[in-house]
Design a protein around this ligand. Structure first.
Ligand code: PGA
Length: 253
């Protein structure tokens, strides 16, 4: 079975003290994960080392950065490189979240560079894609998301593409409380898998985890994750409430 993943995206939330106790509250629950299940906490940069030491003893729990820069090193004040992440023991990084695309003008081309630089540094990119409401209203969401994959991922080899996790996050569902229906999520996930299959073949496509993101909650996670092509979730708001995220972890297939 391909990996089923509950990924928490804390965004720019929590003080250091809150971050520590949120992690403690979740980890103290000692949810035993099955072999194919993973939990990933994408925390703000200043908390990466602390969070990584908290999960160090836990099987199948990981910590992710929420972004990194598309250049290896140099005069880029304020940026964080993939190599820096690797050297502090971080092996996952969210790439291309819609908030970064919107507020920081990240283009598909820049994201292609970020994906490559992560892989060069043994970091698994959690690559986000997804359409806005205006795109969905015109019915062109499939083409739109396919193009995001083409422009940012299709330079990768058959081996490297499988080192990625993909997260489909319709922008109209992020932080809005408006979740995609299971039918909408399954339809897009199946479409993304077919796009991967056309380019890389069915073995590769079947092997890749595609997470759903956008108002995943304790109350809807099980239903969404039950869709055959939905391999878990990337969770914002609900990942900041220990009891809710625990319930979301327990909803993994
Ligand atoms: P949300 O955020 O769960 O708060 O909608 C998801 C995300 O942006 O990754």
């Amino acid at each position: 079975m391909r990996k089923q993943i509950a990924a928490a995206n804390w965004k720019m939330n929590c003080t250091y003290q809150q971050a520590e106790s949120l992690l403690d509250d979740i980890l103290n629950n000692q949810i035993s994960l099955r072999k194919h299940q993973q939990v990933i906490f994408a925390v703000p940069f200043p908390y990466l080392i602390m969070a990584n030491s908290e999960v160090a003893e836990e099987e199948n729990y990981f910590v992710a950065a929420q972004n990194c820069y598309n250049k290896p090193s140099g005069a880029y004040t304020g940026e964080v490189s993939a190599e820096m992440l690797q050297t502090i023991g971080i092996h996952h990084c969210i790439i291309g979240h819609s908030e970064r695309r919107e507020h920081f003008n990240e283009s598909n081309t820049t994201l292609a560079e970020k994906v490559s630089i992560c892989l060069e540094n043994e970091i698994t990119p959690i690559f986000c894609c997804g359409e806005s409401l205006s795109v969905r209203d015109t019915g062109s969401q499939n083409d739109y998301v396919e193009n995001q994959l083409k422009e940012s991922l299709f330079h990768l080899s058959e081996v490297d593409i499988q080192r990625l996790v993909i997260a489909y996050e319709p922008i109209w569902a992020i932080g809005t409380g408006k979740t995609a229906t299971t039918a909408q999520a399954q339809e897009m996930h199946a479409y993304l898998r077919s796009v991967l299959e056309r380019k890389y073949g069915s073995l590769v496509a079947d092997n890749m985890s595609i997470l759903y993101g956008g108002s995943v909650k304790a109350g809807n996670a099980a239903e969404l994750f039950a869709c055959p092509d939905v391999d878990g979730g990337l969770v914002g708001g609900a990942s900041l409430i220990a009891a809710d995220f625990i319930s979301i972890i327990k909803s993994l297939k």
